[in-house]
Design a protein around this ligand. Sequence first.
Ligand code: FO1
Length: 334
Amino acid sequence: MAVDAGTRSPYAGRCQDDRVQAVVLAGGVGGARFAAGVRDVIGRDRVTVIGNTGDDIVLHGLRICPDLDTVMYTLGGVASAERGWGRAGETFRTRAELAAYGSPDSWFALGDLDLATHLLRTQLLAAGQPLSAVTDRLCARFAPGVRLLPMTDDPVHTEVVGPDGRAMHFQDWWVRHGARPPVARFDLVGGEQARPGPGVLAAIETADVLLFAPSNPVVSIGPILAVPGVAAAVRARRGPVVGVSPIIGGQPVRGMADACLKAIGVDCDAAAVGRHYGARTSGGLLDGWLVDEADADAVPALADAGVKAAAVPLYLRDAPTTAALVRDALALAT
Ligand code: FO1
């Protein structure tokens, strides 16, 4: 859906200027929908999305990259609207067959169309291509209109460690156990050795504006920032950094960010998440933080903490409301 650049943003005039570049840190469904709005406002081929790979998992011998695929499918216009992840018009016949065989991996619902992505990705990785090249190859088919960069080409995944020290893969915790088991900490396995993917640091350093999508701060944005060098690049960049709260009125907009935030001792509210990222003027990551109108009372406290905040409608109902939110984020990035 073409959305006018609008006049509420100081970038409005500049959006037509092919010099404006934005970079978005994103993971999950909310992140993908927000990234689609950034593309609609800034323009195609001027947005770089740095995608979380902490959710990646190998099942049935296939490398699955949920957050990269959600961005690719959503911006390619082929994502399932009701699930948010996977493909529209999906069927799960192969999964049913795998379950009938008693496959231990069939708990994770891989659709028949989606399987083609994982088969080709696994084949290209096995042939020695880095994840970034494979992602480019897969995206070429869907023309998302953004450059989608894995946060790293190195194999990493988020592990959930319980108070008893037992660890499980994030997807196990999220999908099979519904984020219910208690969490002592989240670890990015392989994180210490991971290097930022090709183009990641350059995009962070040079983009006119860097946006934190309203993704899960712990398991979507957190892993991206945990890749050595990424958080420092965000802090050091010249241009503004603006984030969008994934929490409205004390509740996550989707998913189970509340369980994740509790595990790291951060209150499930917009101001607490803004403070969790911190103000760049005091060593943190943010210059601006968008909260929903329901959390307008958080704005003064965030200002005191050095983060310029604004209270605007945050629900990503459809393309126009998402574009309005993006324009509000860009307006804060002045
Ligand atoms: N989420 C679920 O709750 N159940 C599933 O069976 C499931 C399968 C799945 C397959 C491919 C894919 O890309 C995503 C999938 N998801 C599923 C969502 C996934 O767990 C989340 O999108 C992220 O990893 C968290 O944002």
